[in-house]
Design a protein around this ligand. Structure first.
Ligand SMILES: C=CC1=C(C)c2cc3[nH]c(cc4nc(cc5[nH]c(cc1n2)c(C)c5CCC(=O)O)C(CCC(=O)O)=C4C)c(C)c3C=C
Ligand SMILES: [Fe+2]
Ligand SMILES: [Fe+2]
Length: 366
């Protein structure tokens, strides 16, 4: 086995702490070939679709990848901007702001990078750049507040797969979830309150999360419970009563049952129950993307209005807002505790020079 090392390593290289934030990934362009590539990688992940491999290969290649790329490309075109995919530019901004925020305490001892689980920039190439430039301690922070095997679990898989081929592994911390973190809850609360100041309060606030097959819950995935806990904690801070909010699940895929209640069915039913004024917030999406801008902002608005709803609003995701970056900064700083950062730089430089001078000699190395 040829394990990969770091070419050009020098003892004088300064040890760094790396923070790798990740999100799901997005196509390179809103066109059919890019969507086919992206969906093929994403939907081939057994963590995402738990169907026996041979059967799934046939369905994916024989049916889904023939139909869905064109349909999804049309949807992506409606959200694409001059800066590209929203998921990409928000994640990039989050990395930049988190870097600036951590630099206040750690200077250039801590480097922040972002990668995507599927598509580019891929985790392997970003990890390579980080580790080659001296990152010896790594914090992996997938930007999924609620843990699911399909998302956070799969992100860890990608890291582990990369590490299997490496010679020199860094110390590692993995932030697998932060659904009940006080800073994250506070960022959600601030986002909602700021929206209310401009637009007023709704009759009902809907917390809509990306769904997963119900079977994942039955097999022990904590995602469903974590979503409900996030909703409850936000609602408590906003002093909402039991009837003032709902937790629903969106973005169903395929024919099997997913977590219920479904967001679209709920929005179609609410006007008949006398609820004509709703706002939707998506706590599980750390950045706006196709699923929030198009599905919640457009498609579900139509369902609600066609069913007799009168006021519908989507409250934007946390994106690179100041409270969100403050929450992520606090999360990372908590993980960094116990790691000596930037300690003994001068001494290290002197010893490093001596070590390289004395390599192989009959003398103790220090
Ligand atoms: C097929 C099964 C899918 C599972 C399970 C799933 C879980 C899941 N996804 C997110 C977050 C995002 N998903 C996004 C897009 C998206 N998701 C699926 C399918 C599953 N997701 C598809 C096929 C797509 C692509 C779009 C489409 O063709 O409809 C996105 C948006 C990406 C973007 O580029 O904007 C996000 C974010 C979570 C959090 C989750 C489970 C908890
Ligand atoms: Fe998804
Ligand atoms: Fe539950």
């Amino acid at each position: 086995m040829n394990y990969r090392g770091y070419a050009g390593f020098s003892h004088a290289q300064k040890d760094k702490v790396g923070v790798l934030i990740t999100n799901l990934g997005t196509p390179d362009a809103p066109d059919t070939p890019s969507l086919r590539r992206y969906l093929k990688e994403f939907l081939s992940d057994p963590r995402v679709v738990e169907v026996p491999r041979v059967l799934w290969w046939l369905i994916l290649n024989g049916v889904i990848l023939r139909i869905r790329p064109r349909r999804s490309a049309a949807a992506y075109k409606t959200v694409w901007t001059e800066q590209g995919s929203p998921l990409m530019f928000h994640t990039e901004a989050q990395a930049k702001e988190l870097q600036a925020s951590l630099a206040k305490d750690y200077g250039d001892d801590v480097v922040v990078r972002f990668a995507m689980r599927y598509g580019s920039p891929g985790m392997a190439s970003v990890l390579d750049e980080m580790l080659s430039s001296g990152v010896r301690k790594l914090v992996l922070l997938p930007l999924y507040p609620q843990y699911s095997g399909a998302t956070s679990g799969s992100t860890f898989d990608a890291l582990a797969r990369d590490f299997l081929q490496r010679r020199w592994l860094p110390d590692l911390r993995f932030i697998s979830h932060y659904h009940d973190d006080a800073g994250y809850i506070d960022a959600c609360v601030q986002q909602i309150k700021a929206f209310w100041q401009q637009h007023g309060r709704p009759q009902k606030l809907i917390f809509s999360y990306h769904g997963v097959p119900k079977n994942y819950l039955l097999k022990g995935d904590p995602y469903h419970c974590e979503c409900h806990k996030t909703s409850r904690l936000i609602a408590e801070q906003l002093e909402l009563g039991k009837d003032d909010y709902l937790t629903t699940f969106q973005s169903r895929f395929g024919r099997e049952e997913w977590l219920q209640p479904y967001t679209d069915e709920t929005l179609k039913a609410l006007p008949d129950l006398g609820v004509k004024n709703v706002q939707v917030f998506c706590p599980g999406f750390s950045a706006d993307c196709l699923e929030t801008i198009e599905e919640i902002g457009e498609e579900n608005r139509e369902y609600f209005e066609q069913a007799g709803g009168e006021h519908y609003a989507y409250i934007p995701a946390l994106n690179a807002s100041e409270p969100h970056i403050a929450a992520l900064t606090a999360l990372v700083k908590r993980e960094l505790q116990g790691w000596a950062i930037g300690a003994g730089d001068e001494e290290r430089e002197q010893r490093a020079a001596a070590r390289e001078r004395n390599y192989g000699k009959l003398t103790n190395q220090d």
